[in-house]
Design a protein around this ligand. Structure first.
Ligand SMILES: [Zn+2]
Ligand SMILES: [Zn+2]
Length: 297
């Protein structure tokens, strides 16, 4: 994995999931782990919810690492799933809360439909079992996959998605998602910095196609791109650095740590050699202070 260069100011992880979405550690446990790992700053970026980031702010003590408010919004672009991260958002923004509750309701309505499809396929699984493994946060497909694994219906979480829950699986149920442009303005209007998450998941035929998509997102108000990421190869990292430079985008990085739910991906270091320097956080904060009208959180 290509690293972001040498660094004396400390390391950060700007892509972490808590029990508020599909991570296995609570926001408080995440703060403690970040402190133990000697990270300088983190961001909890749960799927379509800011509850984890709010809870972490609530528990934050002066000894803790620096915490950037964060979110990861699922959007859809021509059938492709595209995730938009938001940093330094105003957690009290009413429009953001309103839209997130719509998305959460859509998710809630979707889960029983997936369970029903699984039951129709002859698999004995109940909604209560899925809620139980979710740890009290938002319930989603990863939790359903976990129940299928526990019940030995599948041998891995991956298999659960491939065989049943993935886009082409027999238990797949489509859900309401925002368009990338909507997610970008939602974040920007909440005083945050909208960033394209892990661009490697975007299925394109060429670098030119990817560049086209990024150009469009930039015209919608995108301000950053997640260049340093657990799954990015050296070649991809270099490509995304070039794209960032070309479009004058801020660069971010994170592990996408999910605790035990994503085996082999660790906080701060991803698959082992991911290193994200603090200067990226400084750039985000500077952007927020100089380019956005609101006060930083
Ligand atoms: Zn994502
Ligand atoms: Zn994520």
């Amino acid at each position: 994995m290509k690293q972001a260069g040498s660094n004396d100011d400390g390391w950060v992880d700007l892509h972490i999931h808590s029990t508020a979405s599909d991570g296995t550690l609570s926001p408080e446990q995440i703060l403690k782990m970040a402190l133990d790992l000697n990270l300088r700053a983190i961001s909890i970026t749960d799927h379509d919810t800011i509850n984890g980031t709010i809870e972490a702010h609530h528990h934050l003590t002066p000894q803790d690492v620096e915490l950037l408010s964060g979110i990861e919004i699922s959007t859809s672009l021509q059938g492709n799933t595209l995730h938009i991260l938001g940093y330094l958002i105003d957690l009290k923004d009413p429009a953001l809360s309103r839209t997130l509750s719509i998305l959460q309701n859509a998710r809630k309505e979707r889960n029983p439909k997936i369970i029903q499809k699984l039951q129709q396929l002859g698999i004995e699984v109940s909604y209560e079992e899925v809620v139980k493994v979710s740890g009290g946060g938002e319930v989603g497909r990863p939790h359903i996959a976990e129940v299928l694994l526990q019940k030995k219906v599948v041998r891995s979480l991956n298999e659960a998605f491939q065989k049943y829950l993935g886009t082409n699986g027999p238990a797949y149920v489509d859900k309401y998602r925002l368009q990338p442009a909507e997610a970008i303005s939602l974040i920007a209007d909440a005083g945050g910095v909208p960033v394209l998450a892990h661009p490697f998941i975007i299925k394109t035929n060429s670098e030119r196609d990817l560049d086209k998509i990024v150009s469009e997102l930039v015209s919608n108000g995108l301000k950053g791109i997640e260049v340093y990421y657990s799954e990015h190869t050296d070649i991809q990292t270099v490509l995304y650095e070039q794209i960032a430079q070309k479009h004058d985008l801020l660069i971010t990085g994170g592990s996408d740590f999910h605790g035990a739910r994503k085996a082999g991906v660790y906080m701060g270091v991803g698959k082992g050699n991911l290193r994200i320097p603090y200067r990226l956080v400084e750039a985000l904060k500077e952007y927020k202070v100089t380019k956005l009208p609101r006060e930083p959180i």
